[in-house]
Ligand binder design. Structure first.
Ligand code: AMP
Length: 364
């Protein structure tokens, strides 16, 4: 099964799916792939990768190691990603040897906050006001132009609140720029939102589209704590949020599952915060509450199968198990809930160790 498939031919069970990245998202993708009869090959630069434990094949090598990448590509029928900070050069290189989904352009846009916000704004979709910042003068000018509290974020390699700082004066913007080691940044207007939500959706190789019900997301210390469905979003806002995700997916010519993170303003306005070109933490509840989970949906999309049914049959609350909370597994194991532990050895503070999903009967 080592011939490069064309994007239009569905892969049969038994085919090899390559997953770049070895975290819990890769782990849950590999498990979903196995359920449909596929094999998975996880490529990660970390020897302690929790996705390795459930994969058929594993490669431990750097993302810039072209010999290892080429061997990996030849061993796979399609390659996908479980995190967006894989260098887009890696995606381009792989795409010379094997079908890659989602495409390298989606990855390049999503991993660069300036390209990402510019792309969204050009589609006429609302974002927080933002400015590019490359030096102290620009930091100060950007703050004055945006006029109010703002968040300085590194342009690249940010996740879970890493590489960002709230600033309330132009002077604070300048100090924050120094604190972030003077790397290129964007300064974003602080959004005084009512709550956060997200659309987790999939686009198939045939252009079909399926979205899950958008959850309400609560963060603690910039890390997702809880996702709840149904959210307080009214049906017309759900339709609007879904249409935003569809438009983004179409413009990116996207294949696979993507997450679109939203701020919901106090007036109900939807403001896009960011795009995750992968399965998303706020979609973990779909494993228990939907016929087709986001992980199966992603596998279906990248292998060219029809998308599955994204309808929700239950209400759900998904909570992350973070850091030392993982030691509470004996109590969690007694609960009538979907418990997922990622098999990570070290329960470091802030590390996502697992999640638990509690279901209740469908309310709306
Ligand atoms: P991000 O790394 O961009 O996903 O941001 C992580 C979290 O920080 C978001 O989920 C929000 O809770 C908060 N945040 C980021 N940007 C803003 C903003 N412009 N206004 C208000 N809160 C923000």
């Amino acid at each position: 099964m080592n011939n490069t498939p064309s994007l239009s031919s569905p892969l049969p069970p038994g085919a090899n799916i390559g997953i770049l990245g070895g975290g819990q998202l890769g782990r849950m993708l590999a498990l979903a792939a196995a359920r449909l009869g596929f094999k998975s090959h996880v490529y990660s630069d970390e020897s302690e990768s929790c996705a390795f434990y459930v994969a058929n094949e594993r490669t431990r090598a750097n993302y810039g190691d072209e010999r290892a990448l080429e061997r990996f590509a030849r061993a796979c029928d399609v390659v996908t990603f479980e995190f967006e900070n894989v260098p887009d050069a890696t995606a381009h290189f792989l795409a010379e040897h094997v079908a890659v989904a989602p495409n390298a352009r989606s990855l390049a846009i999503a991993q660069d906050r300036f390209l990402e916000k510019s792309f969204i704004a050009e589609l006429g979709i609302a974002t927080a006001g933002f400015r590019h910042v490359e030096n102290e003068v620009e930091a100060s000018e950007a703050f004055r132009a945006l006029g109010g509290p703002a968040v300085l974020k590194t342009q690249r390699f940010g996740y879970d609140g890493k590489g960002q700082q709230l600033v309330k004066t132009a002077q604070e913007a300048v100090s924050a720029f120094s604190a972030l080691k003077r790397v290129p940044c964007i300064l974003e207007r602080f959004v005084d939102f009512a709550f956060e939500a997200s659309v987790v959706a999939a686009r198939g190789r045939d252009g079909s589209f399926a979205a899950y019900d958008p959850p309400k997301n609560e963060h603690e210390n910039h890390i997702l704590r809880r996702s709840t469905v149904p959210s307080p979003l009214a049906p017309d806002k759900i339709a609007e949020a879904t249409a935003i995700a569809k438009r983004i997916a179409e413009k990116l010519d996207y294949i696979g599952v993507l997450g679109v993170e939203l701020f919901v303003g106090r007036d109900g306005a939807l403001i896009v915060n960011e795009i995750a070109p992968r399965v998303h933490n706020s979609g973990h509840w779909t494993i228990e509450a939907c016929v087709t989970s986001q992980f199966e949906q992603h596998i279906r999309a990248v292998v060219g199968w029809p998308l599955g049914n994204a309808a929700r049959h239950s209400d759900a609350v998904m909570e992350n198990i973070i850091g030392e909370e993982a030691h509470r597994w004996p109590g969690l194991a007694k609960q009538p809930a979907g418990l997922h532990l990622y098999g990570k050895r070290d329960a470091r503070p802030g590390r996502k160790m697992g999640h638990i999903t509690r279901l209740s009967p469908l309310s709306k």
